[in-house]
Design a protein around this ligand. Structure first.
Ligand SMILES: [Zn+2]
Length: 199
């Protein structure tokens, strides 16, 4: 079974209380995020990381307050989920075709996006097809927005999707149970950091 870890939006603006769009309590999962990342690196498991990369005055800021603006500290990923020299996959339509060789060889691929749904980057679909993974282990923030889009989008590709329930956080407390129930009802699997890093 070929596994890929799928790390959602673990960026400074979301994970820490001083961040521009902080997810309450998200700083408490950073240690777990580091364990997942170290495990993947040690086992040669490729990591696909989604990352908000907004221009200033992005239309999304009509809905959400400004966050993850390219060039700001807040847009950076936390050290706990960042490997050396990740390969970046922008949203520009031909990026996957142009960068395919380097992306597929990279231990970590950062998929940039300008919307909370990572599948709005048109290159994510072709990337996932080329990775030929049959199991995705998903974690990150925020459960009811970007994580939800990631897990359901992955399920639709027909692969096994496991959500690491102690390495996610929701923006609004109490939102998590409904999403987890829906995910399981649609064929998703729940796991933990301990189980996901066991072998
Ligand atoms: Zn955003």
């Amino acid at each position: 079974m070929r596994t890929v870890f799928f790390d959602v939006d673990t960026q400074l603006d979301f994970l820490f209380p001083a961040g521009a769009l902080a997810v309450p309590g998200a700083e408490t999962i950073v240690k777990s995020l580091g364990e997942l990342t170290s495990f993947a690196a040690a086992k040669g498991i490729q990591i696909v990381s989604t990352a908000d990369a907004h221009p200033e005055n992005d239309p999304e800021f009509a809905v959400w307050k400004p966050h993850c603006i390219v060039g700001t500290t807040g847009q950076q990923k936390v050290a706990a989920t960042t490997l050396a020299r990740p390969s970046i996959l922008p949203s520009a339509p031909d990026s996957f075709r142009e960068l395919q060789e380097q992306l597929l060889a990279a231990p970590q691929i950062i998929v940039e996006k300008q919307d909370f749904d990572c599948f709005t980057n048109p290159n994510l679909g072709p990337l996932l097809e080329s990775l030929r993974a049959d199991r995705f282990v998903v974690y990150g923030v925020a459960t009811e927005h970007c994580v939800r889009c990631g897990i359901f989008g992955l399920l639709r590709t027909g692969v096994r999707v496991e959500l690491v329930t102690d390495a996610i956080k929701s923006l609004v407390s109490g939102k998590e149970k409904e999403i987890l129930d829906d995910f399981v009802a649609n064929g998703g699997q729940l796991t933990t950091v301990r189980a996901a890093t066991a072998s």
